[in-house]
Design a protein around this ligand. Structure first.
Ligand code: FAD
Length: 253
């Protein structure tokens, strides 16, 4: 019995939402996680709901915010665009860099910002970058919510339609990133991202909680008790969070 029982390609958001109301169905953004998971044999099987015909791949400016459609690929955000995927010049430099760091090029050109937000991976440096840019998640049929709230609550069966961030007005020196991994190219065990905007310093860390999280720059490990694993114990992760936060805050102009 194959585990994927059906493939749906809705053309309207209402149709997608109706399909996804059935828990045996799974949304597919870029499919880097959803499709391999669909290949795992389960007794009941699942149905895939491909979001690519919904027109969610636009980018626009709305006042002081950049609206990024949920189906925009991380490769396009990173500026490693191809002739068919033009560069998006308004993407803040830090977000661009973190989209590039997030995944190798093969996956980056497939993975979407909507899938990244829906998945909420604890190690996602891009999500940390979006958090310090005041990201808001826009959902079909629900009120928009700040990214930290959406990561805590999970988007569930709702479709992410776009993610909006503050346009960069910080200029050079207004942002900083630092991470420690097993090798420089590997996903960091813990990373810290800082941004200063209008005298407000925001710091987000990865690898310290079930999803990337905003922290107090003066006490970045307050209330956090990350489980240890083969990459780093609880104590090591806390030490990294403190050291890396001090470093990125110190680098801000
Ligand atoms: C080899 C490998 C390495 C990886 N390394 C990393 C890493 O270092 N850091 C990291 O953060 N992630 C990593 N990932 C995870 C993954 O690639 C990223 O999180 C990616 O950005 C997911 O995007 P996607 O569009 O491919 O999501 P999909 O696989 O399409 O979907 C992921 C989840 O989000 C849901 N979803 C997708 N789009 C939407 C939407 N618009 N609205 C609502 N729900 C939606 C799906 O139903 C599914 O539950 C890795 C994956 C692989 C295969």
């Amino acid at each position: 019995m194959p585990s994927v029982l059906a493939y749906h390609r809705p053309t309207t958001l209402d149709e997608a939402a109706e399909l996804l109301a059935d828990p045996s169905r799974r949304a597919v953004g870029g499919g880097t996680v959803a499709v391999p998971e669909g290949r795992v044999r389960t007794e009941a099987g699942i149905e895939l709901v491909d979001l690519q015909a919904l027109g969610l791949d636009g980018v626009s400016i709305d006042g002081d915010r950049l609206m990024i459609g949920a189906m925009v690929r991380l490769g396009d955000l990173a500026g490693t665009a191809t002739p068919t995927n033009p560069d998006i010049p308004e993407v803040p430099e830090l977000v661009r860099e973190l989209a590039r760091r997030e995944l190798p090029s093969t996956l980056r050109n497939q993975a979407t910002i909507g899938g990244t937000v829906a998945l909420g991976d604890a190690d996602s440096v891009l999500l940390a970058g979006l958090l310090v840019h005041g990201a808001i998640v826009h959902l079909h049929g629900s009120d928009p919510m700040p990214l930290d709230q959406s990561l805590a609550e999970c988007v569930g069966a709702r479709v992410v339609t776009s993610v909006s961030i503050e346009l960069d007005t910080t200029g050079v020196g207004g942002t900083a990133f630092a991470g420690t991994g097993r090798t420089p190219a590997d996903t960091p065990i813990v990373a810290a991202v800082a941004r200063r905007a209008n005298d407000d310093t925001r710091v987000a860390v990865t690898g310290m909680a079930p999803s990337p999280t905003l922290v107090d720059p003066a006490d970045p490990i307050a209330g956090l008790e990350p489980p240890g694993d083969f990459r780093g114990s609880t104590a090591y992760r806390k030490h990294l969070a403190q050291t890396l936060t001090t470093r990125v805050v110190g680098e801000l102009a």
